[in-house]
Structures are given as C-alpha cells and as structure tokens.
Design a protein around this ligand. Structure first.
Ligand code: KIV
Length: 256
C-alpha cells in the first residue's frame, strides 16, 4: 500500500496496480485507510452522493474544504487527493490560491479536470511544490457544455485530443491522471505513452490503477450506479432493515 505519492513511478514500473477510492468524511476515510487503500480521493462527486445535487457544477470550495479536512483527520497513512471544484481554477492565480487552501486542510495533492487548456494552471500549482493529478476523458464539470456524460476516444479526432491532453499533463509534471470513461484500448495506449500513473474509471483494465466512487462500491447510493461499477455490499438494504427493526422495536416498546 502507498504511503507517499512519490512511490507512484515505482508502482507503475512494477506493474502493480494502484487502488483508489473516494471518501468525503472522517469515518469512511478512516475505514479505507485501515483497510489498506492506496490513495483516497475527496472527489467533487460528493455534490451528488453526499449533497444530493444533480451534478458536480454546484460544488463549492467551501464544501471541498470541509470534506477534505474531515477526511484528512481520519487518515494516518494513505495520501489524500482533493478535487478543485467547478470554477475554482479559471486562472493560474486562482488555481494556485485554491490548491493551497486544500493543501492547508491536509491534502497531499490536488486534482483538476482538463488537459492542454489547463496547462498554465497545472504549471502554477506544480511550481509551488504541490503535487497535481490531472483528469481527462469525460469531464463531469463540463457536463452542461457537453450535453451529457459521453464516452471519449471513439473517433480519431477524439483520440488525438486525448493523447495531446495526456502528454501535455505529463510534460508539465503531473504525478498521475484520471482517465474517465475512455475507450479501453485508448486508455491502455495513453498509459503506455506517459510517465505519470493513469487511474482509470470506466476505461478498462489497462490503466495503472482504478478509482471508484465509494458509495457505488458499497451500495449506499442505490438510486444511480454507473454500469462499470460493481457493488460489493448492499449498505442501502442493510440500512433499511436496521431502521425498520429499530422503528418496530421503539413502537412495540411504546405500546407495552
Ligand atoms: O469526483 C470524483 O469522485 C472523481 C472520480 C470519479 C474520479 O473525480
């Protein structure tokens, strides 16, 4: 299991895959850390799975700061990556100022969405000594402009753009990059082209690691789960059972 992001290049070279999960609160982060997860991501997916928003564009820096601090209090070992939310990195100056605020909460790195178009922001963050994770492919923060969540890498033009994005992030010094919802063969090709570790989600098994939204893994957000996410528990059903049992016991006790 990872104790530092500086171990990522060696993991890539060895071919040993990196396991990443999201956490948004102290108890989940503590359980993931204790279980040996390599990296913890405080993803802006919290907008949907914690705050009930329709997408990630309503997530604010204030939300990310509270959740990042809660997660970092629960973690003793695993490096914590914090997402820069929507409209928090419109310029290099804004990106750096907000990256510093997340690092002050205890994060080990920050993540932002985009490739070539984000290189000034990426360079400013890395130049300040803050490890940077890129995120390319399907970009949830751009869902409104894109008109939905669409798989990337289906046309030669898209493939060319993905490769250019990945190589630009790599050349700028990104330590890793999330490849989201990319045709598996293209994600595998990118993985072979870059020094940074690739962390896939909905991008096949050829990346250097995988990330999942933890409520999808645990079955604790039953109203939506992406098709590629395999639930390994059914927390929603178990919660329903426990709550019904409690209600019956309380109401039964009141009647007695
Ligand atoms: O916000 C998030 O949880 C993410 C993952 C889906 C990679 O960015």
């Amino acid at each position: 299991m990872l104790t530092s992001l500086s171990e990522l290049p060696q993991r890539k070279a060895s071919g040993s895959k990196v396991a990443v999960l999201t956490a948004y609160d102290y108890p989940t982060a503590r359980m993931l850390d204790d279980a040996g997860i390599d990296l913890i991501l405080v993803g802006d997916s919290l907008g949907m799975v914690v705050h009930g928003l329709p997408d990630t564009t309503g997530v604010t820096m204030e939300m990310m700061l509270i959740h990042t601090a809660s997660v970092c209090r629960g973690v003793k070992r695993a490096p914590v990556i914090a997402d820069l939310p929507y409209a928090s990195y419109r310029t290099a100056e804004e990106a750096l100022a907000n990256a510093k605020r997340l690092m002050d909460c205890g994060a080990s790195a920050v993540k932002l969405e985009g490739g070539v178009s984000m290189i000034p922001q990426v360079r400013a963050i890395i130049a300040a000594g803050i490890p940077l994770i890129g995120h390319i492919g399907m970009l949830p923060q751009s869902v409104k402009e894109e008109g939905g969540y669409k798989k990337k890498g289906k046309t030669s033009e898209q493939i060319g753009r993905l490769i250019a994005d990945a190589q630009a992030l790599d050349a700028a010094g990104a330590v890793a990059m999330v490849l989201e919802s990319i045709v598996p063969e293209v994600a595998t090709q990118i993985t072979g082209l870059v020094q940074a570790s690739t962390i896939g989600i909905g991008a096949g098994s050829g990346t250097d690691g995988q990330v999942l939204v933890t409520p999808d893994l645990l079955g604790s957000f039953p109203w939506f789960r992406p098709p590629f996410a395999k639930a390994r528990a059914d927390v929603a059903s178990e919660t329903h059972r426990a709550v019904c049992e409690y209600i019956s016991e309380v109401q039964g006790a009141l009647l007695r």
